[in-house]
Write a protein that binds this ligand. Structure first.
Ligand code: B12
Length: 503
């Protein structure tokens, strides 16, 4: 059967969708033909309904599979509206958003079914049933909309065993176009699930959903899984053998270092079979000098840590994230000692967060001095504990939320105007605030610039070309060799100069 996926990646950095990559591998193994429409302007494929129609008609899929995250819902809804004018096959959607709010996705025009949770077995069974004209209404993990408007809500099967899966089909993505946009870094994952219960992430609700809907009893232990070392290695070697320009591997798991045994075994094989520099995500709480040494010996030169906030109150009360500032400082200290780079991920614009608490986040970053710093604006995802908190306090501006494609720059919370302006200034100019602590020429220049922007009203701020000024002062500092942070490529990213980062 022909099965075509649609990946909505509009207005946000393109990347391999691991969900589609594994579904494609499973379906191809069964002999199906798999196609993909990857919507992303940077890849030269914007949201153009006529183009999509031509591609779909040309591929003639029996199943159209939409992979969806919350920020892309508006595009999927528009696409689904006119779809039935020309497409009569089966339409199903899956991904993090359909899993969090399946009832809402079932209401989208043209949708026949929603996949709740993991989709490998469900989609394989659906394709098989449709191909052989068999009954499919009882397939686990699938919810169906009936012609009379009623729904069938099947229970979920237990979490997918990763050992049974083939290597992902990353080649279904146009890697020739994606890789240059990622500085020739190949993104991959070695695990699924996360044991932490942070209120802003889907993990907590994801597990709860399974606990409520699964046919068997499932626990956190079942949710957090590692791939087979051999499969994780092969998913990399297969791609690098056909894309020789790849120069770095990025492990984008929530927490790459979670399982010590896996880490050791994987790193041993990685050195021998891949031997390329790599970067990974890690939670400061799971970090230790021992793990850092394993990483370093295997070629890891950069670890990305979720710092999130410098306010202990925000972390405990709002984010339910038990990672103290001390744990953060320890993790960064370990890397500094071993000569490894660090990246720090942060959020501002959190519910109940005060100006002082925003500054605590900047101060913590100034203390730990990461090589790159990302500061994003908080975005409440549906069905997460923090979303419920925001809703209870009537904090969400739903129209604004719908407008946002990603959560880099603008808040969709109903803060007073003056606080919104403050957040925009800090999110844009956070590198200048970091420079204040460097106690060098950049601190003096940035102190006076910060005074200037802090006094600006909304109109003045909107007219102010921050990026031109930042580029100019950064050039000057670079010429003189003055250490400083400047913005790089992405509006939410600042890089420390001098930097080994983009060599
Ligand atoms: C890796 C990752 C990325 C990668 C890949 C993105 C992608 N589209 O998959 C990159 C780095 C590019 C990325 C970017 C972003 N991400 Co991201 N990312 C993740 C992460 C850490 C893991 C996802 C993953 O690969 N899991 C493993 C695969 C195998 O699972 P899966 O994707 O869920 O797929 C399974 C099922 O969902 C289902 N399925 C999926 N699609 C389909 C389709 C059909 C037809 C069917 C039947 C089934 C099905 O079957 C799959 C196999 O079992 C999650 C966190 C998490 N815990 O899930 C966040 C997450 C998905 N990201 C999120 C967000 C918001 C973003 C960004 C908007 C961030 C930004 N500021 O720009 C961008 C958007 C990019 C885009 N438009 O796709 C949110 C989504 C929230 C939500 N409720 O929708 C998450 C959940 C993080 C969070 N905050 O909790 N991300």
């Amino acid at each position: 059967m022909n099965i075509m996926f649609i990946n909505f990646n509009i207005g946000s950095t393109p990347g391999i969708n691991n969900g589609i990559a594994i579904l494609s591998a499973v379906l191809k193994k069964e002999g199906h033909r798999v196609g993909l429409i990857f919507l992303n302007e940077e890849l030269g494929y914007g949201f153009n309904l006529d183009e999509m129609r031509k591609e779909i008609m040309g591929f003639n899929p029996g199943i159209l599979g939409i992979s969806l995250i919350e920020t892309q819902l508006k595009y999927a809804a528009k696409f689904c509206k006119g779809l039935r004018d020309y497409y009569k096959g089966f339409v199903i959607c899956g991904g993090s958003y359909p899993t969090m709010v399946p009832e809402e996705c079932l209401l989208l025009d043209s949708i026949d079914a929603v996949c709740v949770g993991e989709g490998e077995e469900a989609l394989r069974e659906l394709a098989d049933a449709l191909e052989n004209c068999r009954e499919y209404n009882r397939i686990k993990n699938l919810w169906f909309r009936q012609p009379d408007g009623s729904t069938i809500k099947n229970r979920l099967r237990p979490f997918q065993g990763l050992a049974e899966l083939p290597p992902e089909d990353k080649e279904i993505f146009d890697l020739e176009k994606i890789l240059p946009l990622k500085n020739y870094q190949l993104e991959t994952m070695v695990s699924r699930g996360c044991p932490y219960q942070c209120s802003y992430c889907i993990n907590q609700s994801y597990l709860k959903k399974y606990q409520n809907l699964c046919e068997d009893t499932v626990s956190l232990k079942d949710y957090v899984r590692m791939k087979k070392v051999g499969t994780a290695i092969r998913e990399i070697t297969d791609v690098i053998s056909s894309h020789p320009l790849i120069k770095k591997i990025a492990f984008i798991d929530d927490n790459f270092i979670l399982d010590s045994n896996f880490l050791e075994q994987f790193c041993q094989r990685y050195i021998k079979e891949i031997g390329m520099p790599f970067v990974c995500n890690a939670n400061p709480l799971s970090y230790s000098e021992r793990k850092a040494k394993i990483l370093k010996n295997a070629g890891c030169d950069d670890v990305r840590f979720g710092v999130e906030s410098g306010s202990e109150r925000i972390k405990q009360e709002i984010l339910q994230r038990p990672v103290s500032n001390l744990a953060v400082m320890r993790a960064f200290e370990i890397n500094k000692k071993l000569g490894m780079m660090t990246s720090s991920f942060n959020m501002i614009g959190l519910p109940t967060e005060t100006k002082e608490e925003v500054f605590q986040t900047l101060k913590l970053n100034a203390l730990i001095m990461p090589d790159t710093v990302k500061v994003m604006t908080f975005y409440p995802f549906k069905n997460t504990p923090i979303y419920d908190l925001c809703r209870q306090h009537n904090l969400i501006d739903y129209d604004k939320k719908l407008e946002l494609d990603n959560y880099d720059t603008f808040t969709c919370l109903k803060f007073p105007r003056e606080h919104r302006l403050f957040l925009q200034k800090v999110q844009t100019a956070f590198n200048w605030y970091l420079n204040l602590s460097l106690e060098n020429e950049s601190s003096k220049v940035c102190a006076s610039l910060i005074r200037k922007i802090e006094e600006m009203n909304e109109t003045e701020w909107n007219r102010f070309d921050f990026y031109a000024v930042d580029g100019e002062i950064s050039q000057g500092f670079k010429k003189k060799g003055v250490p400083h942070y400047s913005k790089f490529v992405n509006r939410s990213l600042a890089v420390k100069f001098p930097s080994r980062h983009f060599n």
